[in-house]
Design a protein around this ligand. Structure first.
Ligand SMILES: Cc1ncc(COP(=O)(O)O)c(C=O)c1O
Length: 385
């Protein structure tokens, strides 16, 4: 990775505020939003060019993801992660949420339990009931080195025969890149108790220097009991364009995907496919520069928190551009976040959205400029006093 390259640029605040996306439209103009997982960097040049060229061609019809998307993902996975994917085993879906819900519709019967590990990406709590299944929560374990999968508690839960486990790999909001050993143990348990794992790997490309992303399907024996759901949308900031992919590596799991509704292929964003193909085939140099930039932002945030907000604690994330901050010194539940918003005009994601274990926490999105981080932490200090 070229860590010597200059930081990716971020437009000034008055330009960012012109964006029409959720991050920039949800709060009044005097609030600094460090909320939903969108980045403030400019798009990668090959991605922006692919969109511009499509507009020039008036190419805004229905998407056709086959065969380009599978080939692009397979090429990227091989070079980046040494993961051998069969392009024919890649199925395009609208987004990761749709992919997980459609998988659950096939894998579960009404009322079946599906395990998740809070604190976790809030829609996990919605996707499972949306598919007619029942949530079974097995929280992560908080140790001195950070948050990890609680394999003992997962085994106890798997022994009750849930239909599936939705894994977040790497894990939003704690930023944990689960290790080979942890994932191998998880896959072993899943095989033993016949629990299918849906591995949400949307943050896979966003592993920061010092950590490694392990695609679950690269582990021995995982292919028979697991599927991966991937997207270019987090790492290249394309969430509004609507394209993700379900990846399988065994006939049994391919048969699950074969049961998806036939019409699903018409529900994918055409610009989503075009930009995902551009990102996976030509977006690696930009991704490397992004990761170097995020690494420096993570270090800056560590300094700012230490100097200005010593009452907060955190474990710097190994992956993602999200910081899971323990703000319990400022109050329980969502009180710290409310205080930052009401008194500091800084919006963070409220901890309780990630589960009851998120009481007293807030999630901060640091995929922005040093200036905005500086301003945000200054405002947080003032509201905390
Ligand atoms: C773990 C995780 N999964 C899924 C998503 C959303 O993906 P999509 O917009 O493709 O549904 C996010 C967004 O931040 C996420 O963090």
């Amino acid at each position: 990775m070229d860590s010597g390259a200059p930081d990716l640029p971020v437009d000034p605040l008055e330009i960012l505020r012109q964006r029409r996306s959720a991050k920039w439209q949800t709060y009044p103009a005097d609030v600094l939003p460090l909320t939903v997982a969108e980045m403030d960097f400019a798009l990668a040049a090959p991605v922006a060019a692919s969109l511009r060229e499509a507009i020039e061609r008036s190419d805004a019809g229905y998407a056709l993801a086959v065969p380009d998307l599978g080939r692009a993902i397979a090429g990227f996975a091989a070079s980046r992660w040494n993961w051998d994917i069969d392009p024919a085993a890649v199925t395009a879906v609208t987004d990761v949420g749709v992919g997980v819900v459609e998988l659950l519709r096939v894998l579960t019967r009404p009322g079946d339990a599906v395990v998740i590990s809070p604190p976790v990406y809030p829609p996990f709590f919605d996707w499972i009931p949306e598919a007619g299944a029942r949530l079974l929560e097995v929280p992560l374990r908080r140790g001195s080195a950070g948050w990890t999968l609680d394999l003992g508690a997962l085994e106890a839960a798997f022994a009750t025969h849930p239909a599936a486990y939705v894994l977040c790999n790497p894990h939003n909001p704690v930023g944990r890149a689960h290790t080979v050993g942890e994932l191998a143990a998880l896959a072993r348990l899943a095989r033993l108790y016949r629990v299918t794992i849906i591995s949400d790997e949307i943050h896979g490309p966003l592993v920061l220097p010092g950590a490694t992303f392990t695609p679950l399907l690269t582990l021995p024996g995982a292919a028979e009991i697991a599927v991966s759901v991937l997207s270019a949308s987090k790492a290249w900031n394309l969430a509004g364009l609507k394209c993700a992919a379900v990846v399988t590596a065994s006939p049994g799991m391919a048969a699950v995907v074969d049961r998806f509704p036939a019409d699903i292929r018409w529900r994918i964003g055409h610009f989503g496919v075009i930009t995902a193909v551009a990102a996976f085939t030509a977006g690696e140099p930009w991704l490397d520069r992004l990761l170097a930039t995020l690494d420096r932002r993570r270090a800056l945030l560590a300094t700012l928190l230490r100097e200005r907000l010593p009452m907060l604690s955190w474990h710097p994330p190994e992956a993602t551009y999200l910081a899971w901050l323990n703000c319990a010194a400022l109050g329980p539940d969502n009180k710290p976040r409310d205080r930052f918003l009401d008194h500091g005009r800084v919006a963070l994601e409220p901890g309780l959205r990630f589960g009851a274990i998120g009481s007293g926490y807030a999630r901060l999105n640091f995929a922005t400029s040093s200036e905005i981080l500086d301003q945000a932490t200054t405002r947080m200090v003032q509201s905390a006093l």
